[in-house]
Design a protein. Structure first.
Length: 326
């Protein structure tokens, strides 16, 4: 069976609504220099490589982008760089999460005024552990503040301590016309299935877990917001596209090859393993910001071995200096 075409599945008009977007989007890392400062050059190059590799859309400043450690000026700068580098070739979503609704609204309004932001991705409020009604009001306040900019809900109870129940998602989708999609990272296939069956027509459900992407698409999800596509954008995008085109033999073959990478990216706290692999590929330095730290020596060696076995180091560009860690 021939593989699915690599042409992006999303519309090329970056002002198109989220509800028209499908396929594979990359939750981008944020590159840092050794002194901890933002590496704008590496970020620009990373975005170009992602788009040239056939990724369908990009997410700046999510959890993989270490958004929690970015100052406000850095956060906005990262978003602007991703928009500039992608140059209208794919949609760009920007992450904006806070456990204070008032602060979230104030920050999101800044994003809404940036030309080229096609959607705002926002996770459950963390630490507070709000009820379903509290989460409903939180996301409604966000949607009302940034309308008509689309909002993508992000359910990630493993990081936030609370689950966004399907019934609450349906309420939000019905009550706010610009809440158009959800990144579902609960890891619960029955919950994803309930969402797909319950949400209004046109509302998009995206898997937030690489290792569950095919299963989620099989029960009706419209794509994947991926961590592993940082390292292998062409192949992960092809896997998702093949599944969406019902070319399951192709999709499963790719999944089997990269399943170890999907797991390896969480051997230690994300995005530390991802940045280690990308540094071996010459795409960025491995630096993360505290409280995250680089992976242990043993994990680094395992990651280098796996990256070599998968052929990820074969086409690595030559860096300006020695960026290898060992």
């Amino acid at each position: 069976m021939s593989p699915a075409p690599l042409t992006p599945t999303c519309p090329q008009d970056v002002n198109s609504p989220v509800m028209e977007t499908t396929g594979c989007g990359t939750a981008l890392i944020t590159p840092f220099r050794a002194d901890g400062s933002l590496d704008e050059r590496a970020l620009y190059a990373l975005v170009n490589w992602q788009v040239d590799s056939g990724i369908d859309y990009l997410i700046a400043c999510g959890s993989t982008g270490e958004a929690a450690t970015l100052e406000d000026d850095e956060w906005l700068q990262v978003v602007r760089i991703v928009i500039e580098a992608s140059a209208g070739r794919v949609p760009v979503w920007a992450g904006c999460t806070d456990n204070s609704t008032r602060t979230l609204v104030n920050r999101a309004e800044k994003l809404a005024h940036i030309r080229g932001v096609d959607g705002i991705l926002s996770a459950n409020p963390y630490y507070n552990k709000p009820s379903q009604e509290g989460q409903y009001r939180h996301f409604m306040a966000l949607a009302e503040a940034v309308a008509p900019v689309p909002v993508i809900l992000y359910n990630v109870p493993g990081r936030t301590g609370v689950n966004l129940d399907p019934e609450t998602v349906v309420r939000l989708a019905e009550d706010a016309s610009n809440i158009e999609a959800i990144k579902e990272a609960s890891g619960k296939l029955p919950q994803i299935a309930e969402l797909v069956q319950s949400v209004p027509h046109g509302f998009k459900v995206f898997s937030g877990d690489d290792n569950l992407a095919l299963a989620a698409i099989g029960i009706g999800a419209q794509g994947l917001i991926s961590v592993a596509s940082n390292e292998s954008p062409r192949e992960v995008a092809l896997m998702v596209r093949a599944a969406l085109h019902n070319e399951w033999a192709v999709a499963r073959e790719i999944q089997r090859k990269y399943a170890r990478l999907f797991e390896a990216n969480f051997w230690e706290s994300n995005p530390s393993p991802v940045k280690t692999v990308l540094s071996l590929m010459g795409r960025c330095e491995p630096n993360v910001r505290l409280p995250l730290v680089e992976p242990s020596r043993a994990t680094q060696l395992r990651l280098e071995r796996l990256a070599g076995e998968l052929g990820l180091l074969r086409d690595a560009p030559l860096p300006d200096g020695d960026m290898r860690m060992f």
